[in-house]
Ligand binder design. Structure first.
Ligand code: 5AD
Ligand code: SF4
Length: 459
């Protein structure tokens, strides 16, 4: 471990000895990874995990700021914990993540939920032990640490929530400033991890038995531009493809403006690199794409989709869409619907536009009611669900490789796994298969998942 980090962790000694923590994670994969880092820090200073809020000495909410809905969730969770805090004076309530990184949101939490002990931003992770110790010292009021400058995370421990698949961040932050998006304000500017650091972490994970890695970044395609040595994301993928022991390498998210032919080629050639691109289009209308500051046209996007499908056989492409962006008219909506028909995504997540503080689009006049936006969302969803089902239908009676992830929520005898193209498949099988690669034949097709029959084990 990095000596500086070891020193920082030592500051708190074994502050958490005999205590338990409960963590609630909202938002994206990067946040899930952050929570794994937070959990490891807490374990390092003595904490163990609690199963219920009543059982916990520390409750941490790792927040998301990308839309209003996850922010509302934080308020409702904190509301729920008020009486608990009344009964358990020693309980520490901490709120971290993207929402708290905004000064106004941090102030709102401070004023409205005065029983919160600690508010920490996305750059505060290495300081967490010290902050918790101060918060546990009580009577200091709320401690707020929402420093804007990037602090290196190299060397911080990670408590992986799985023993066979892991997140591997490659680039933090975002420089793109899409006009609707709060991420560049809360996660800061892009910061690529060094090539050597990423490769050595991948090797170490593979040695410890991890078979699937998902490389994370708000925009993985801009990996390397801030590093010496002209490394690109395609170079990184190609290098990771050589790591012994790994079976699957995934990556997300790709920005269409930076997706290179070299990257498509790296995916085509790399036997471990999974045939899946998450390539958010956001809108099919050039007028709206321009207002969103996305720096590509629908024509360019569709060319990329064609290039990917032409080069990588069996590839799946998923996307994100925002409906009801300010000024979006019926014509723009039908351009998006038309793009869905042409791109034929395996699936797409559609979101109703949610104005975010500080962003450029927040200044634009909203022209639709929420109900009108909901109708538009439903319209796009209907189109996409039909397409998803049609694409999935083509998988019927064919065999696919699955990485088994664990029992299904509703039936312990049914295991859930993912194909290389990231499709969810349920099949009857034992727990013994979790973390293994198996071959299944698809017997039934649904919009969201598939049903398969186990044919054999692959590793
Ligand atoms: N409103 C609605 N959706 C948003 N996204 C990002 N910002 C907003 C916003 N202000 C969506 C985009 C992005 C996904 C992670 O969240 O589609 O790709
Ligand atoms: Fe937000 Fe755009 Fe950056 Fe994605 S690329 S995180 S949408 S600013």
């Amino acid at each position: 471990m990095n000596p500086e980090i070891t020193e920082m962790l030592k500051v708190a000694g074994r502050f958490g000895e005999g205590k338990r923590f409960l963590m609630i994670t909202l938002g994206c994969q990067m946040n899930e990874h952050d929570s794994e880092v937070i959990a490891a820090i807490l374990k390092y200073i003595g904490y163990s995990t609690a199963l219920t809020p009543e059982d916990a000495d520390l409750i941490i909410i790792n927040t998301c700021a990308v839309r209003k809905k996850p922010e509302d969730k934080v308020a409702s969770l904190l509301g729920k914990y008020a009486s608990l805090k009344n009964r358990k004076k020693d309980l520490i309530i901490a709120v971290g993540g993207c929402m708290t990184q905004q000064e106004d949101a941090a102030n709102y939490i401070k004023e409205r939920f005065h029983y919160v002990d600690l508010v920490f931003g996305t750059h505060a992770l290495p300081r967490l032990p010290k902050l918790l110790e101060e918060a546990g010292g009580q009577k200091k009021g709320i401690i707020v640490d929402i420093e804007e400058t990037y602090s290196s995370r190299e060397g911080l421990p990670v408590a992986h929530s799985n023993h066979f698949k892991a997140w591997l961040p490659v680039i933090y932050g975002c420089n793109n400033f899409c006009s609707y998006c709060v991420v560049p304000y809360v996660r800061g500017r892009e910061h690529s991890r060094s090539f050597e650091e990423v490769v050595s972490e991948a090797r170490s994970l593979a040695r410890r038995g991890y078979v699937e890695l998902t490389l994370l970044g708000q925009n993985v395609n801009s990996y390397g531009h801030d590093l010496p040595g002209n490394y690109t994301f395609a170079d990184l993928l190609t290098e990771l493809n050589q790591v012994d022991g790994l079976e699957r390498i995934r990556f997300m998210t790709s920005h269409p403006k930076d997706l290179s032919m070299k990257l498509i080629e790296a995916v085509r050639q790399g036997d471990k690199i999974c045939e899946h691109f998450h390539l958010p289009v956001q809108s099919g209308s050039n007028r709206i794409l321009d207002k969103m500051n996305r720096h590509y046209s629908r024509e360019h996007y569709l060319e990329l989709v064609e290039a990917i499908k032409g080069a990588v056989s069996g590839v799946s492409i998923t996307s994100d869409i925002i409906v009801g962006f300010p000024g979006e008219d019926e014509e723009d909506l039908s351009e998006t619907a038309d793009l869905l028909e042409r791109a034929r995504f395996d699936s797409a997540f559609s979101f109703i536009y949610s104005p975010r503080n500080k962003t450029a689009a927040a200044e634009l006049k909203d022209n639709l009611t929420y109900q009108q936006k909901e109708i538009r969302l439903q319209h796009l969803n209907e189109i996409q669900h039909r397409i998803s089902k049609e694409i999935n239908n083509q998988m019927a009676n064919r065999s696919f490789e699955l990485l088994v992830e664990g029992p299904s929520k509703s039936n312990p005898d049914v295991q859930t796994g993912r194909t290389r193209t990231n499709k969810l498949v349920h099949f009857t099988g034992s727990d013994r298969l979790v973390g293994k690669l198996v071959q299944v034949k698809i017997t039934d097709v649904r919009t969201w998942n598939l049903i398969g029959k186990l044919e054999g084990e692959l590793n």
